[in-house]
Every structure is written in C-alpha cells, then in structure tokens.
Write a new protein. Structure first.
Length: 115
C-alpha cells in the first residue's frame, strides 16, 4: 500500500483545511486508518483514527473540530479540520494498518496555522 497525503497549507486561526490520504496498490476498505501529526520539536501524536467499520476516535484537543472519514470507492481517507488553532501546526501523516498489523505511512503534509 502506498499512501499520498495532501491538502496541507498555511492558514489563519479559525480557518479550515481538508487533508486527503489517497491509497494505491490495494483497497484500504478493510484497513484501520489514522492521521497522526508531528509538531515542531515534538513527538508524533495521534490525531484521529477510523476503523474499517467506521468507528472513530479523536485526540481530546481536536474533538468537535476535526472529522475523519473514509471514502472506499476512491480509496481515500479524509481529515476535515475546522476552527484551526496555532497549536495544530504540524506535519500531518496518514497511517494504514492491515488486519495482520502491518503498517504503512504516507510522506506527510505540512499544516501551518498563524494567529
């Protein structure tokens, strides 16, 4: 599985961005998918996940602002980010985990939020 993340950019606080993680090589419909981020000088952290059955989980600080979804026909996972804050600034990466726990990572997309 190859993952291509896109949609990052530089925005003002309060604005929105929509990140996409497009998969190729095989269908990710049965994969556990997630978005992680790595803020400058900090460790990678979980942002949101979605199971093959559509169950979602979010980091507390993004609950109510971010929404993860999957579009199986296009083999894509979306992270809709609203009301962005400067502390959301990070490189965002997508993860695909197979049923056998093999993990695939995308290359990351930069999100910068200015106050």
């Amino acid at each position: 599985v190859q993952l291509q993340a896109s949609g990052g950019g530089q925005v003002q606080a309060g604005e929105s961005l929509r990140l996409s993680c497009a998969a190729s090589g095989r269908s990710i419909s049965s994969y556990f998918m997630g978005w992680y981020r790595q803020p400058p000088g900090k460790q990678r952290e979980l942002v949101a996940t979605i199971s093959s059955g559509g169950i979602t989980n979010y980091k507390d600080s993004v609950k109510g602002r971010f929404t993860i979804s999957r579009d199986n026909p296009t083999n894509t996972v979306i992270l809709q980010m609203n009301v962005l804050k400067p502390e959301d600034t990070a490189v965002y990466l997508c993860l695909a985990r197979s049923w056998s726990s093999i993990e695939y990572w995308g290359q990351g997309t930069q999100v910068t939020v200015s106050s």
